[in-house]
Ligand binder design. Structure first.
Ligand code: NAD
Length: 494
C-alpha cells in the first residue's frame, strides 16, 4: 500500500475499497508524514457490514463452543507469530515506544486467551427440582450482531477487549476502529480470518462520526461497545438507549497518584531515586505512552511539605528522559497522536502560567521539531479551583497538588467528575485501606502506578468514565455479550 491508497474495509470475506467522497489522513506521529487515508464510510457500508454479520450469525451462533474456541486458539498462535510485526505497525501509526507497542499487543492477546476458555465461562446454571417435578436451567445465549467503536490510544488492546469475547460467545461483530490508527485493526482482522473464522463473523468499517451514528441507530445491531472520550461515550449511550440496544461505553479519566509522607521519608523517593520503584511507577504512569492512557496518572498528590521532595526528585528524573522517534531511536517517550493534540497540550501549558501555576518542567522545550512532540511537563500548585483539576488533558502533563491530609486527598479525588483510577504509594496498610475504601473510583492501585486490570478482571470505570452496567473484559464482558435464557422443564416420572 502507498500513502495515497485508501485503506480497505472488511465486509464478509471481501476486503473492499469503499467509494466514499472523504478520507482522513493517517499520520506517522513521529515524523508528521502521511502514511495512509482512512475512508469516511457512512450508512451504506454499515448496512453492508451488518447484513454480512447477520447472515453469518445463524451458523456461528450454532457452532459448538469448543469449535469456536479452536478458532480462537489458532488466532492466538498467529498473533504470537506476528507479535513483532503487529507492534511495528502499531508503533508507526500511534507513535508508542516499541516496549509500549508490545505491551498493547500483549494485553490484547490476553483477552484472546481468556476467550479460548469460552466453554467453561459461558456454562449456565441448573437446579433440579426447582419445584416439585420441575427442573430449572439458565443458559447464556449470544445476543446477535455486536459492534465495537474504539479510540486511537490502544490500537490493538482496546479492539481486542471487544471482538474476541463477543465472537467467542457466538455473536458476529462489526468493528469501527479509530480513523487515526486503521492499520493495526485491519491486520488483526486479517489474522482472525487466516485462523479460520468464517466470513462475516468479523467485519471492519472505517470512518468517524457518521459510521458511529449509523451503528448506534442500526436496528440490526443488538449491542454496542464503545471506548473513547466521555462526551462521545455519553452520546453513544444515549443513542443506543433510543434504539433499545445494550451498551457499554467507557469514557475519559483524570487519575490521581497519591504518595504518602512515609513513602517519601522511608526512601521510596529518597537518595536512590533513580532506581526507586515508586518514582519509576509515577514516571511510568504519567509519561508512559506520552500520557495518552485512560489510566495515566495526571494529578500527583503529596501530603503537605512532602510535595517538595516529590517535585524535586521527579523534576530530576524528568530531565533524564529522551523524547523522539520510537521506530528508529531508543527513546523513553514518543510523540502524541497528531498536530491537534500537540496544539491543545501546548495551549494548556501556556495557560498554566497565567493561572499562577509553576511550570517546573516545560514540555514545549527540548523536543524534535518535526513530528507531534510534547515533552514531559510538571505543573506545580494545582488546586481544586483550577480548570486542570477536572479536565482530562490526555498528554504528558502532570499536575502537582498539596492536600494537607489523607482525608483531604480523598475528598479532592471524589470531587473529580471522572472515576477511572486512583493510586496510593505507602508502607502503611491502614492508609492504603482507608484510601481504597474511600476513593470513589472503579480501579484502585496500592503501590501500583497503572492499576489496569488484565483480561481476567473487568475494566471497571465509574462516574463520567463509564456509561452502562456491564464493563469490558472479565466476567462482565461475558455477561454483556450473552443474554440469559431460563428453561423450566416438567417431564412425567417413569
Ligand atoms: P474519541 O472519543 O475522539 O474517539 C473514539 C471513537 O469515537 C473513535 O472511533 C472516533 O472515530 C469516534 N468519534 C469521535 N468523535 C465522535 C463523534 N463526535 N461522534 C461519534 N463518534 C465519534 O477518543 P480518542 O481521542 O480516539 O481516544 C482518547 C479518549 O479515549 C480519551 O478520553 C481516553 O481517556 C479514552 N479512553 C478510555 C478508555 C477507558 O477504558 N475508559 C480506554 C482508552 C481510551
Amino acid at each position: 500500500m502507498t500513502p495515497t491508497d485508501a485503506i480497505p474495509i472488511l465486509i464478509g470475506e471481501h476486503w473492499i475499497t469503499p467509494e466514499v467522497e472523504a478520507h482522513t489522513p493517517v499520520y506517522r506521529p513521529a515524523t508528521g508524514e502521511v502514511i495512509g487515508r482512512t475512508p469516511q464510510c457512512d450508512r451504506v457500508e454499515v448496512d453492508l457490514a451488518v447484513e454480512a454479520a447477520s447472515r453469518a450469525f445463524a451458523n456461528w451462533s450454532a457452532t459448538p463452543a469448543p469449535e469456536r474456541a479452536r478458532v480462537l486458539f489458532s488466532y492466538r498462535e498467529l498473533l504470537e507469530e506476528q507479535f513483532e510485526h503487529l507492534a511495528e505497525i502499531l508503533c508507526g501509526e500511534n507513535g508508542k515506544t516499541r516496549e509500549e507497542a508490545r505491551g498493547d499487543v500483549r494485553r490484547g492477546i490476553e483477552v484472546v486467551e481468556l476467550a479460548c476458555g469460552i466453554g467453561q465461562m459461558a456454562k449456565g446454571e441448573v437446579l433440579p427440582e426447582l419445584a416439585a417435578g420441575i427442573d430449572g436451567a439458565a443458559t447464556r445465549e449470544p445476543v446477535g450482531v455486536c459492534a465495537g467503536i474504539t479510540p486511537f490510544n490502544f490500537p490493538a488492546m482496546v479492539p481486542m477487549w471487544m471482538y474476541p469475547l463477543a465472537i467467542a460467545c457466538g455473536n458476529c461483530f462489526v468493528l469501527k476502529p479509530s480513523e487515526k490508527v486503521p492499520f493495526t485493526a485491519n491486520h488483526l482482522a486479517e489474522l482472525f480470518i487466516e485462523a479460520g473464522l468464517p466470513p462475516g463473523v468479523l467485519n471492519v468499517v472505517h470512518g468517524g462520526r457518521d459510521v458511529v451514528e449509523a451503528l448506534c441507530r442500526h436496528p440490526g445491531i443488538a449491542a454496542i461497545s464503545f471506548v473513547g472520550s466521555s462526551p462521545v461515550a455519553r452520546r453513544v449511550y444515549e443513542l443506543t438507549g433510543q434504539t433499545g440496544k445494550r451498551c457499554q461505553a467507557a469514557g475519559g479519566a483524570k487519575n490521581v497518584l497519591l504518595v504518602m509522607p512515609d513513602a517519601v521519608e522511608s526512601g521510596l523517593f529518597g537518595e536512590a531515586a533513580a532506581a526507586d520503584p515508586t518514582l519509576n511507577a509515577v514516571m511510568h504512569s504519567a509519561f508512559g505512552c506520552a500520557g495518552q492512557r485512560c489510566m495515566a496518572g495526571s494529578l500527583l498528590m503529596g501530603i503537605g511539605d512532602a510535595s517538595d521532595g516529590l517535585r524535586d526528585q521527579l523534576a530530576s528524573a524528568m530531565d533524564t528522559m529522551t523524547v523522539g522517534d520510537t521506530l528508529s531511536d531508543d527513546v523513553d517517550m514518543g510523540p502524541v497522536i497528531d498536530g491537534a493534540a500537540r496544539q491543545r497540550l501546548v495551549g494548556h501549558i501556556a495557560d498554566a502560567t497565567s493561572a499562577d501555576l509553576a511550570v517546573v518542567r516545560d514540555g514545549r522545550e527540548g523536543v524534535p521539531d518535526t513530528g507531534f512532540y510534547v515533552g514531559p511537563t510538571l505543573l506545580d500548585g494545582v488546586t481544586p479551583g483550577h480548570g486542570l483539576f477536572a479536565e482530562e488533558l490526555f498528554g504528558p502533563v502532570l499536575g502537582l497538588m498539596r492536600p494537607e491530609t489523607l482525608d483531604q486527598a480523598i475528598d479532592w479525588i471524589n470531587r473529580i467528575p471522572y472515576g477511572n483510577a486512583a493510586t496510593i504509594f505507602t508502607h502503611d496498610g491502614g492508609a492504603a485501606r482507608t484510601f481504597a475504601r474511600g476513593a470513589e473510583c472503579g480501579m484502585i492501585g496500592v503501590n501500583v502506578g497503572v492499576p489496569a486490570p488484565m483480561a481476567l478482571f473487568s475494566f471497571s470505570g465509574w462516574d463520567q468514565s463509564f456509561f452502562g452496567d456491564l464493563h469490558v473484559q472479565g466476567t462482565e464482558g461475558i455477561l454483556f455479550y450473552t443474554r440469559q435464557k431460563t428453561v423450566l422443564s416438567r417431564w412425567p416420572r417413569r
